[in-house]
Design a binder for this molecule. Structure first.
Ligand code: VGL
Ligand code: ZN
Length: 194
């Protein structure tokens, strides 16, 4: 049971950036399918003037996570390039608070809380519960949700608005199980009370 939305709720979109979408350098399978769903969540939160936060992977060209620098991933989300931009299809309000992460060459950060001001921003705005969707389930969504729980926020994982990389088949499903084990609730659009 998801209690009705109130002023202590915020929506957190994780890395809904072109490089993770269709045609991007690190495209997550079926990722574009979450865009219309995220827009429905955005409208629910914007209509109530609730906080909306969007994290973004914001790497320097020499980032340690890139294959050419000894990392695991093709170059992606290089700061200020089109691949790092939020999807044009996403209807983000002007008031959206943007969190950039993994912005230095030597440090990888999957979590939106890692090396950012996100916790203090949310505390200042009296946020207690985070509704989280975005990309990718088995990396940045997973680590963001686990950190949110560690930092004392309640988490509702938006299971109809996430997609996994699935480097190994089942990674996404295992990530969801781990988030639930650690205390996340799950919800779909139809579970959110108007
Ligand atoms: C991500 C791989 C590399 C993510 C970011 O946003 O899940 N995945 N960098
Ligand atoms: Zn990255």
């Amino acid at each position: 049971m998801i209690s009705p939305l109130d002023q202590s709720d915020a929506l957190l979109l994780v890395d809904v950036q072109n490089d993770f979408l269709e045609g991007g350098s690190l495209a997550v399978p079926d990722a574009d399918a979450i865009l219309p769903v995220l827009n429905r969540y955005l409208a629910l939160f914007a209509d109530r003037s609730l906080q909306i936060v969007a994290s973004r992977d914001w790497h320097p060209a020499e980032h340690c996570s890139f294959v050419e620098n000894g990392g695991q991933w093709p170059p992606h989300c290089v700061a200020d390039t089109p691949g790092a931009a939020f999807s044009q299809s996403l209807i983000l309000p002007a008031s959206c608070y943007v969190v950039s992460k993994a912005t230095t060459a030597e440090h990888e950060a999957y979590s939106g809380f890692d090396g950012t001001e996100l916790t203090s921003y949310l505390q200042q705005h009296r946020v207690k519960r985070l509704f989280i969707g975005g990309l990718a389930t088995d990396y940045c969504v997973l680590q963001t949700v686990l950190d949110a729980l560690k930092n004392g926020f309640a988490v509702v994982l938006l299971v109809d608005a996430i997609r996994a990389v699935d480097v190994q088949s089942g990674d996404g499903a295992r990530a969801i199980a781990k988030m639930i084990e650690n205390g996340a609730q799950t919800a779909k659009l139809t579970d959110i009370k108007p």
